[in-house]
Design a protein around this ligand. Structure first.
Ligand SMILES: NC(=O)c1ccc[n+]([C@@H]2O[C@H](COP(=O)([O-])OP(=O)(O)OC[C@H]3O[C@@H](n4cnc5c(N)ncnc54)[C@H](O)[C@@H]3O)[C@@H](O)[C@H]2O)c1
Length: 279
């Protein structure tokens, strides 16, 4: 059984969703560097294979599996393929796949888009937890890292669907922390602000907002490699909420200590930052 001090990220049998880019790719490379074997899954086969090639080049062991996390059957097939490839249950699942969305106020963001965001960012994580956790609980060992965002608690304006999806991931993870106590399986939830990845090029971010976010990420964003390393270390220490950046910690504190001021600041940002096609 994995005790509290066991380093789950060392020599892991790991499955990473959304491993074809950004934070997911960095998780795969870092896990391989820590002696693990990694199933790199992504909706985009070519990108997943690129990550496998990078892991191979660094002397690690990985395989690519195509999986759309919106589809429960795909996630079942991913789990079964992982068990077959490892010849054992996975010891670490990273529910990382996600897309960005923003730039529109509620009422101006289509319901189809709401659905798409929640399907990928929230249901994708629910599918992963639902289909993998029974295996880990039976084994009495393992870990799950869910990738949320500081948006899950910041509740910034013009990104309601993204905020709601990430708040859902945080709530699911906090619930699991209680449910998994004493099972040997641990859970962490990652809540970063800006990370330098490809997320700002997605079709669900309004063009002006995407430009502004990409510029900010270039200036203040953390590298995905650093985020992956900090998160795996925090998971090894048994930490539930991983908030890697100072700005994210400041937002977390302001929300907790002065909730009314936090909400007023959000209103100010919404009025003073007219950068989208709605303005
Ligand atoms: N980059 C940031 O600033 C930032 C900040 C906070 C949280 N996050 C979260 O980090 C996670 C990773 O994002 P990233 O920044 O590395 O973005 P990214 O766009 O670089 O990578 C996301 C990967 O997910 C894959 N993907 C998209 N839809 C999928 C689906 N339905 N099924 C399986 N794979 C799918 C994409 O093909 C891509 O390879 C996301 O959950 C995102 O919300 C990112």
């Amino acid at each position: 059984m994995i005790g509290f001090g066991k380093r789950v990220s060392r020599e892991a049998r790991a499955v990473v969703t959304g491993a074809g880019s950004g934070i997911g790719r960095s998780f795969a490379i870092e896990l391989a560097a820590r002696g693990g074997s990694v199933v790199c899954s992504d909706i985009d086969e070519e990108r997943a294979r690129e990550t496998v090639a990078l892991v191979d080049a660094a002397g690690g062991t990985a395989t690519a599996v195509v999986c759309d996390v919106r589809e429960s059957d795909d996630v079942v097939a991913l789990r079964d393929r992982a068990v077959e490839w490892f010849s054992a249950p996975p010891t670490l699942l990273i529910n990382n796949a996600g897309i960005g969305a923003g730039g529109h106020t509620v009422g101006n963001f289509g319901l189809d888009e709401w659905d798409r965001i929640l399907q990928i960012n929230l249901w994708g994580v629910i599918h992963g937890c639902h289909h993998f956790l029974p295996l880990m609980k039976d084994a009495g060992a393992g870990g799950v890292i869910n990738v949320a965002s500081a948006a899950g608690f910041a509740a910034g304006p013009r990104m309601a669907a993204y905020n709601v999806s990430k708040a859902g991931v945080m709530s699911l993870s906090e619930t699991l922390a209680a449910e998994l106590a004493g099972t040997g399986v641990r859970i962490s939830v990652l809540c970063p602000t800006f990370v330098k990845t490809n997320i700002f090029t997605g079709e669900d971010i309004e063009a002006g907002a995407a430009d502004a976010a990409a510029r900010l990420a270039r200036v203040v964003g953390m590298s995905p490699g650093r985020v992956a390393r900090m998160t795996l270390d925090a998971h090894d220490r048994g930490r539930l909420c991983v908030v890697p950046q100072l700005d994210a910690r400041a937002i977390w504190l302001s929300k907790r200590l002065t909730p009314a001021t936090h909400a007023r600041l959000g209103g100010l940002v919404s009025r003073l930052a007219p950068f989208t096609s709605e303005d």
